[in-house]
Design a protein around this ligand. Structure first.
Ligand SMILES: *Cc1c(COP(=O)(O)O)cnc(C)c1O
Length: 387
């Protein structure tokens, strides 16, 4: 029956874990109240779910529950962090620092701010995708108000040195924001230890529901000032108005709790699957790994393939495996990935890339099938290119 391709696109989104769904269901049915209704039981029941979700999220990153602002996802959290800080601090300064390989949900708000008169430095990356800390230090100006560097890249899985970046920002008294949509509950993220002031999160990359995310906003040492981007009933301490989406928040909390409790064992298993895939593909020549070989998400493998057409390669893989060449949101564009270009890949190699996003429900058997299909496809494409 199951003729659908194997799902290996876990950097785009992940399937909902059944245990998360079960935790959410009562909040669609019996506990349907508005969590802000403080005068009756329906409100209290919903508020209890929200409180639990908020608590689980806060614990996961060593924050206080009051420091969690729920949003519709990481896109909104990034917008709130970047535009919110810029708007609150524009009298202090109008310069921001970010990185060329960031997600569009960071790059686009930065470009929007540029159109308003802010200035943004887009740091280049090393060939392995990590930033150069000396380059970061040189980018600071007296009017710098925010540094935004992602925790884990959505295309190549590369982990940035958050500890060092946090220390550099703290020393200069500049707020540090990180987009941790790909990193939450996959690596340890302690906002106190890492000196993170703002952190964007989302549920649907960790087997939770779509349409729910959060922004961590530091309240002490230092307190982050932020201008709301959605005005209304004053929810989330005035930073994000709108009735809280109780079932999604409950699901987010459950997803984080599960991923954290299984984090170490799961990382080991995913690295095993990733290395299994990588070693099988290594029978081919001209396979280039994009991004740092170890300092990356356990389940991510991104390769560029020499001597093949990128579109033909994806087409050849399609019947067996569901994946993409890069970010889901930019794969509709014909242009090669801005991330791979920032690594210094040629136009040709940047276009012929495949992102394998391995996740919780993938098996060794699936990896072997995908590897066999990739090898056959690449060999046949190269064969037909011969003259
Ligand atoms: C998926 C993703 C986003 C967008 O998150 P949504 O919750 O879908 O809005 C932002 N940044 C990164 C790094 C992502 O992987």
């Amino acid at each position: 029956m199951s003729s659908k391709p194997i799902y290996l696109d876990c950097q785009a989104t992940t399937p909902l874990d059944e245990r998360v769904l079960q935790a959410m269901l009562p909040y669609f049915r019996e506990y349907f109240g508005n969590p802000a209704s403080s005068s009756h039981q329906y409100g209290w029941e919903a508020e209890a779910g929200v409180k639990q979700g908020r608590q689980l999220l806060a614990e996961a990153i060593n924050a206080e529950p009051e420091e969690i602002v729920f949003t519709s996802g990481a896109t909104e959290a990034n917008n709130l962090a970047i535009k919110g800080v810029a708007e609150a601090l524009f009298q202090k300064g109008r310069h921001l620092i970010t990185v060329q390989t960031e997600h569009n949900a960071v790059l686009d708000p930065c470009q929007y701010l540029e159109s308003l008169g802010f200035e943004v430095t887009y740091l280049p990356v090393n060939p392995d995708g990590t930033i150069d800390l000396a380059e970061l230090e040189r980018a600071f100006r007296p009017d710098t108000i925010l540094v935004s560097v992602m925790a884990a890249n959505n295309e190549i899985g590369v982990l940035q040195p958050l500890q060092e970046i946090g220390a550099i920002c703290k020393e200069r008294g500049v707020f540090f924001h990180t987009d941790a949509a790909q990193a939450i509950a996959k690596i340890t993220l302690d906002v106190r230890e890492l000196n993170i002031d703002l952190m964007s999160l989302t549920a649907h990359k960790i087997y939770g529901p779509k349409g729910i995310g959060a922004l961590y906003v530091r309240r002490r040492n230092p307190r982050v000032r932020l201008a709301a981007q959605l005005h209304g009933g004053g929810h989330e301490r005035g930073m994000r108005s709108g009735t809280l989406y109780t079932p999604q928040i409950v699901g987010f909390g459950k997803a984080v709790e599960l991923a954290l409790s299984e984090m170490e064992a799961e990382a080991k298993r995913l690295i095993g699957l990733r290395e299994r895939l990588r070693s099988q593909l290594s029978v081919l020549e001209e396979i280039y790994i994009n991004g740092h070989p170890q300092q990356r998400l356990p389940g991510n493998l991104n390769i560029s393939v020499g001597g093949v057409d990128g579109a033909a390669l994806l087409l050849g893989l399609q019947p067996v495996v569901a994946l993409s060449s890069g970010a889901a949101c930019s794969s509709a564009k014909a242009a090669p990935s801005h991330v791979l270009k920032a690594l210094g890949r040629s136009e040709k190699l940047a276009s012929a890339s495949v992102r394998f996003g391995i996740g919780r429900f993938n098996t060794e058997e699936e990896i072997d099938k995908v590897a066999a299909q990739a090898i056959a496809t690449i060999q046949s494409l190269r064969g037909s290119f011969k003259f």
